[in-house]
Ligand binder design. Structure first.
Ligand code: CA
Length: 323
C-alpha cells in the first residue's frame, strides 16, 4: 500500500537488521502434519506445584524471547537455522482437573510421537509434575528402557500419599510405576537444606545416582556428565534430560519457583546442555519450574532459551559430524 511502508504488525520487533536471523525467524509454527526433527511443545501446568507457581506462564515468556536472540553460534561459527526445529504449540490444560491435565500431557504426547517417530521433543513446563506424564509418553516412543539425567536442587521423590502427583513427586511416580529403573536415574545439583533426610537415604537405597552441589562445584561438569551418562545409558535405548531451573543459584535464576543459594552457575548448566545435546543417545529434554511472574527482566526465561539453543548446538555438531 502506497505510503504505508512503515506500518508493521503490532508486537513485532521495531528494528530489523537484514543480516540478522533471530530464533523467531527460524523456529516457526508447525503445520500440524509435517514430520519434524525437533519439536517444541509447551506444557503450561503449574496448579500441581506445592508452592506458589506461575510456571504455566513460562512457555509464553520463553517464546517471546525468541525474537531477542540470534541463531548464530560465535564460538563454533555455525548457524543453528540449518536444523529443522518447529513449534508444535501448547497442550491445553483443564482449569480445575489437575490429574486430568497430566493425563492430557501423556495422551497428547503419545499421539504426537506415534506420528513423529524421529522427533526429539523439547518440552517447556510447567512445574516438574509434567515430567512424569511426559516421560511415560517418551518411554512408549522409545519402546525400551530409558535413562534420565535430572538437574535439580531436589530429589523429587516425595511420597504420593500426602499430596498426589505434584512437582515434588515426578520421579517417585516414574519409579513406582516401573517406567524407569532408578539405577538409570542420575540427579545432579541436589542441595543441602532442600531435601528431607528420609528421601536422601531412600534415593541411595533405590540406587539413584546423586551428585550433590558440592561435587558439581568442585569437579568439572563434563567430568560429572561423562560418569552420569554412563549410568543413564547403561542398558537403555535413550536418555531424557530434565532441567528444573531451581538447580541454578538464586543469583542466576530469580524466576525459579524454589529459589535458594548454593546452586549451580549458569555457565556450568549451559555447558552441560551443549555436552548432552552432542550425544546421540540423548533424545528428549524438558525445562521446568520457571515462574515468569516472579522473574526479573526475564533473566530466568532467557537462560531457558539459551539452554534450548545450547542443546541444539550440541545436536548440530553431532548431525554435521555424521554427514
Ligand atoms: Ca524438581
Amino acid at each position: 500500500m502506497v505510503n504505508n511502508q512503515y506500518l508493521y504488525p503490532a508486537g513485532k520487533a521495531n528494528f530489523r537488521d537484514s543480516y540478522d536471523t533471530k530464533i523467531a525467524d527460524w523456529i516457526t509454527a508447525w503445520d500440524g502434519t509435517a514430520e519434524v526433527d525437533f519439536g517444541i511443545v509447551g506444557l503450561p501446568l503449574s496448579k500441581s506445584s506445592i508452592s506458589h507457581s506461575g510456571a504455566s506462564m513460562a512457555p509464553k515468556a520463553i517464546r517471546e524471547l525468541f525474537s531477542a536472540y540470534s541463531t548464530f553460534v560465535v564460538e563454533d561459527k555455525i548457524n543453528l537455522n540449518s536444523l529443522d526445529v518447529q513449534d508444535l504449540g501448547d497442550i491445553l490444560m483443564h482449569p480445575t482437573d489437575i490429574l486430568g491435565s497430566q493425563e492430557r500431557i501423556e495422551k497428547t504426547l503419545t499421539k504426537l510421537y506415534d506420528k513423529q517417530r524421529k522427533m526429539i521433543p523439547l518440552l517447556l513446563g510447567g512445574d516438574h509434575s509434567v515430567t512424569a506424564p511426559s516421560v511415560k509418553a517418551f518411554k512408549k516412543l522409545i519402546g525400551d528402557e530409558i535413562g534420565i539425567i535430572q538437574f535439580d536442587a531436589h530429589h523429587d521423590i516425595r511420597n504420593l500419599e500426602d499430596g498426589g502427583p505434584t512437582n515434588g513427586t515426578p520421579f517417585r511416580t516414574l519409579i513406582s510405576s516401573k517406567i524407569i529403573n532408578p539405577k538409570n536415574l542420575v540427579q545432579i545439583g541436589i542441595r543441602n537444606y532442600a531435601n528431607a533426610e528420609h528421601y536422601s537415604y531412600e534415593a541411595e537405597s533405590l540406587g539413584i545416582t546423586v551428585y550433590p552441589m558440592q561435587q558439581v562445584r568442585t569437579r568439572s561438569i563434563t567430568d560429572i556428565l561423562t560418569d552420569a551418562l554412563a549410568v543413564a545409558s547403561k542398558e537403555t535405548k535413550a536418555v531424557y534430560v530434565s532441567v528444573d531451573i531451581d538447580v541454578l543459584d538464586q543469583a542466576f535464576a530469580p524466576g525459579a519457583v524454589a529459589i535458594g543459594p548454593g546452586g549451580m552457575d549458569a555457565w556450568a548448566l549451559l555447558d552441560a546442555l551443549e555436552w548432552l545435546g552432542g550425544k546421540e543417545i540423548v533424545r528428549g529434554l524438558d525445562i521446568v519450574c520457571i515462574d515468569p511472574t516472579q522473574d526479573y527482566r526475564n533473566m530466568t526465561s532467557r537462560i531457558a532459551v539459551q539452554l534450548l539453543l545450547q542443546f541444539l548446538r550440541g545436536k548440530h555438531r553431532l548431525l554435521k559430524a555424521t554427514y
